[in-house]
Design a protein around this ligand. Structure first.
Ligand code: COA
Length: 319
């Protein structure tokens, strides 16, 4: 028995902010952003859009694609670092939006790796027979915790949500997931504000990152986890049809593809249009490639992500 991705969905905010727009607000250039990151534009929430509303949009699309309704869903897991409120958790808030009652609903926080963590947990529920229609989502509004005057970070991030519905299947399916974390790296990428720091901290905090060091560790770590994933499944690089990497930086993506000996034609790329949407990036990239017909049923996919914590993870999926 496997869990299989029965449907995918995504939701992006209406407002698009281009590099040219950012040139007007911070000391940067379109050329710098493109060459260092590959990003050309990103979507940013406005007019009452929140992590919850984006998750709802993505969830509804994924449910429609899977051919299931609210009454069928028996598990909700939302990966997010930017929930609408501290509690009820984002899973419950989404459950209420979707009109679903009674099933377990929770959020988990693993920064940019949140969706891979959520997918792995959802996979265990399906494999153990505890879920037949698991809604797994990565949703984020990092624009709410970025300093829009800090050119080193504000040009990098965007908002969005991506979702999948997992169902049990005799055909593969998720073949394996691999999760890791190392809190020793907590000072390289973080947002410090929070309950433990006192009620007033959040307003004065913003995402902080030692970009160079994050870059170096990310390249090495992602190289290692793709090898780990292939080895665990006794596969070689040539067995892969598609790499669906976390969309943080085109240079990190290229380095991972090179390590795998994969052509960039086999790599789903959305970083140019979405920026780094943290935990939403992998499920949104998956949905883009499924809906535009690049990824087809039966293709072998390697999903991977890396983020604050550090956390990192991968999933090998026969789509
Ligand atoms: N526009 C113009 N110049 C900028 C800039 C911007 N938006 N941001 C930084 N700079 C400047 C710096 O001030 C620095 O200037 P200096 O040399 O005069 O001091 C110069 O550009 C180089 O900065 P540096 O940080 O060394 O650039 P970089 O080549 O490392 O690129 C990142 C910066 C952030 C793009 C890169 O480090 C990166 O992508 N890191 C990984 C980030 C990531 O993926 N994070 C999320 C993980 S989930």
């Amino acid at each position: 028995m496997y869990s299989r991705i029965a449907g995918t969905g995504r939701c992006l905010p209406k407002k698009v902010v281009t590099n040219a727009d950012l040139e007007k607000t911070v000391d940067t250039t379109d050329e710098w952003i493109r060459t260092r990151t590959g990003i050309e534009r990103r979507h940013i929430v406005s007019d009452g859009e929140t992590t919850g509303s984006l998750c709802e949009g993505a969830a509804r699309e994924a449910m429609a694609a899977a051919g299931v309704g609210p009454d069928d869903i028996d598990l909700i897991i939302v990966g997010t670092t930017t929930p609408d409120q501290v509690f009820p958790n984002m899973g419950c808030l989404l459950q209420e939006r979707l009109g679903i009652h009674g099933c377990p609903a929770f959020s988990l926080e693993a920064a940019c790796t949140g969706f891979i963590y959520a997918l792995s947990v959802g996979d265990q529920f399906v494999l153990s027979g505890k879920s037949r229609n698991a809604l797994i989502i990565g949703g984020e509004t990092l624009s709410n915790i970025v300093d829009w005057n800090d050119r080193a970070t504000c040009v990098l991030f965007g908002d969005g949500a991506g979702a999948v519905v997992l169902q049990p299947s005799e055909e593969a399916g998720i073949l394996s997931t691999h999760l890791h974390a190392d809190g020793a790296y907590k000072d390289l990428l973080y947002f410090e504000g929070g309950v433990g720091k006192g009620r007033d901290t959040i307003a004065g905090c913003a995402v902080q990152m030692k970009g160079n060091e994050v870059f170096r560790v990310a390249v090495n770590t992602l190289g290692a986890i793709v090898e780990e994933t292939l080895e665990a499944n006794k596969m070689t690089r040539s067995d892969l049809d598609w790499l669906i990497p976390h969309q943080a930086n085109i240079r990190i993506i290229k380095a991972t593809a090179k390590k795998l000996g994969m052509s960039m034609d086999q790599v789903v790329q959305t970083v140019q249009d979405h920026g780094n949407t943290s935990t939403a990036s992998v499920p949104m990239a998956l949905d883009v490639a499924v809906r535009d017909g690049q990824i087809k049923r039966g293709d072998m996919l390697l999903l991977e992500a890396f983020g604050g914590g550090f956390t990192w993870g991968s999933a090998l999926v026969r789509y």
